[in-house]
Design a protein around this ligand. Structure first.
Ligand SMILES: NC(=O)c1ccc[n+]([C@@H]2O[C@H](COP(=O)([O-])OP(=O)(O)OC[C@H]3O[C@@H](n4cnc5c(N)ncnc54)[C@H](O)[C@@H]3O)[C@@H](O)[C@H]2O)c1
Length: 248
């Protein structure tokens, strides 16, 4: 079950934490993995780990907000790994400036960053991989989102939450447009991860029913299932992966 041998995956922002966990899990299931990160040295480090485990990976550093760079990166992944990207995981979602704070206090010049990476970054990647997926009549798109896209919070993350809610809607539409092409599209809305920082984190962590924060391997396992051939009837959904936290 969940054998990804013969598939080519692209994981964005996979140089550390959740993204690295996703890349490792997909490689472990047999996929050849294109490891993206804005920072080349991080992409290289994740690839080295995967190769050390006897699996296949290639670094494709680029900025997901730069459409031209994304297109070139997707082409490089195909050349290096011997086939079109047929598994895309949009994981990059933490911009340099998260625009933390009550919205009323945030200058308009800071509104764009969190939306740009989460919504337009995902659009750039989806648009760049769809032709290859349609070519092989098979594809898996997994979007990494957050509880902040599903629940209103008063911890100063309205811009980030807007980007995440927007991309969840986008992915639902893609799931419908591509359903007959053998392509599924789903979103995983993560709860707080071990690596998290930012305001309000301690309070949220204390309220997690299973009593711990998320680990990269928790995300990797869920993505490996969503990316698998066996998950072909699961599309258009947002799944909470958050240790049992209630969303509202
Ligand atoms: N950390 C959490 O608690 C948490 C909670 C809910 C959801 N999430 C989501 O999970 C995903 C991963 O979060 P994380 O905490 O592991 O992130 P992280 O910041 O630890 O790692 C993300 C990686 O993305 C890279 N990156 C940043 N901008 C990029 C860009 N424009 N193009 C390509 N790569 C870029 C960074 O260099 C970094 O290596 C994000 O989508 C985030 O929104 C995280």
């Amino acid at each position: 079950m969940f054998d990804l041998t013969g598939h080519v995956a692209l994981v964005t922002g996979a140089g550390q934490n959740a993204g690295a966990g996703i890349a490792r899990a997909l490689a472990e299931q047999g996929a050849a993995v294109a490891v993206n990160d804005l920072r080349p040295e991080r992409a290289g480090a994740t690839c080295a780990e995967i190769e050390k485990a006897g699996r296949t990976a290639t670094p494709v550093p680029f900025d997901v907000t730069d459409l031209d760079a994304v297109r070139k990166g997707v082409a490089r992944a195909r050349d290096a790994l011997g086939g079109p990207v047929d598994i895309l995981v949009n994981n990059a979602g933490i911009p340099g400036d998260m625009g933390y704070g009550p919205f009323r206090d945030i200058e308009p010049g800071r509104w764009h960053g969190p939306v740009e990476i989460n919504l337009f970054g995902a659009m750039n990647c989806v648009h760049s991989v769809l032709p290859g997926m349609r070519e092989v009549s098979w594809g898996r798109i997994v979007q990494i989102s957050s509880g902040a896209g599903r629940t209103g919070l008063s911890i100063g993350v309205s811009l980030y939450g807007s980007g995440k809610s927007g991309v969840e809607g986008f992915i639902r539409h893609i799931s419908q447009e591509e359903a007959t092409a053998g392509i599924t599209a789903n979103t995983l809305a993560l709860g707080l991860m071990q690596s998290a920082g930012g305001p309000g984190v301690a309070d949220i962590a204390a309220g997690i029913p299973v009593g711990r924060l998320g680990r990269p391997e928790d995300v990797g396992a869920a993505v490996a299932f969503l990316a698998s051939p066996e998950a072909s009837w699961l599309t258009g959904q947002t799944i909470d992966l958050n240790g049992g936290s209630v969303t509202r």
